[in-house]
Design a protein around this ligand. Structure first.
Ligand code: ADP
Ligand code: MG
Length: 269
């Protein structure tokens, strides 16, 4: 069983990438489970065709100890198991704590059985204790960071790399690469390649910014469903193959903020 996690800044394209990857893996015949760990609850929307209304935390709040696997595991495109950890009511409680509760619940209900691949989609603006759980507790072993060439996205990516490094030294977690998701910034691909190199990892994909992604999203579908013949769909398929065969899993070497700023200035002007 491969256990991977996608981390990155909010809005950078984690859920879009995760859902298209899950669709690609499932089309290869793999049994896939995607777990959204973001209080936005929209990780699996493109796979389900709607926003998940029964998150793990919702169900725990409503049913307490009577929650069953069927309450929280929803079947999406091509039989993909879809789970949303959920979050606290806005304004109360801690989202990170919510992830801990949700993942413990999934474990105790033995939701994951004979899957070939588990994909965690995790908000990574803050690598607080809760959001680090998928890495810290060994839920995921191969970490991928989604980033564009924007400074703040790279800043979040670098912080996530710091978290991965910390837990890599204790356990088996490794960084599998940076997934570039383009925002069409100057010299973006070269910058991301250099950033990956500095972190002692690789740029495993450079996903173009394409309106087909937005059109698919408006139809509540992945690009693989909406435009299976498109070049964009092929980019996601290629990334799914590269993740499956990836042997370059490393302990990252994060940068200081000054080094990062300098790098972005060098490439971005
Ligand atoms: P996150 O899960 O990181 O918060 P999302 O996956 O929800 O981010 O993406 C945020 C927005 O960016 C969505 O509206 C999505 O359609 C759009 N988006 C993501 N990747 C691309 C891309 N490669 N091209 C065009 N739009 C994209
Ligand atoms: Mg998301």
């Amino acid at each position: 069983m491969k256990k991977i996690a996608l981390y990155g800044k909010g809005g950078i394209g984690k859920s879009t990438t995760a859902s298209n990857l899950s669709a690609a893996f499932s089309e290869e015949g793999l049994k896939v489970c995607q777990i959204g760990c973001d209080p936005k609850n929209d990780s699996t929307r493109l796979l389900l065709g709607h926003i998940c209304k029964q998150t793990v935390l919702d169900m725990v709040r409503d049913k307490d100890d009577d929650v069953e696997a069927a309450d929280i595991v929803h079947t999406g495109y091509n039989g993909i198991k879809c789970v949303e950890a959920g979050g606290p009511e806005p304004g109360v409680g801690c989202a990170g704590r919510g992830i801990i509760v949700a993942l413990e619940k999934l474990k105790s209900l033995e939701v994951i059985t004979d899957e070939d691949l588990i994909l965690y989609d995790v908000l990574g603006d803050v690598v607080c204790g809760g959001f680090a759980v998928p890495i810290r507790e060994g839920y995921a072993t191969d970490i991928y960071i989604v980033s564009s060439g924007e400074l703040m996205s790279l800043y979040a990516a670098n912080n996530i790399a710091k978290g991965v490094k910390r837990f890599a030294l204790r356990g088996g977690v490794r960084l599998g690469g940076i997934i570039g998701n383009s925002r069409n910034t100057p010299n973006e691909r070269a910058l991301l390649e250099e950033f990956a190199k500095r972190l002692h990892t690789q740029l495993i994909a450079f996903i173009p910014r394409d309106v087909v992604v937005n059109k698919a999203e408006n139809n509540r579908q992945t690009v693989l469903q909406y435009a299976p013949e498109s070049a964009q769909a092929e980019v996601y398929r290629q990334l799914s193959r590269d993740i499956m065969s990836n042997e370059k899993l490393s302990v990252p070497t994060p940068m200081t903020f000054d080094e990062l700023e300098k790098l972005v200035a060098e490439y971005g002007n």
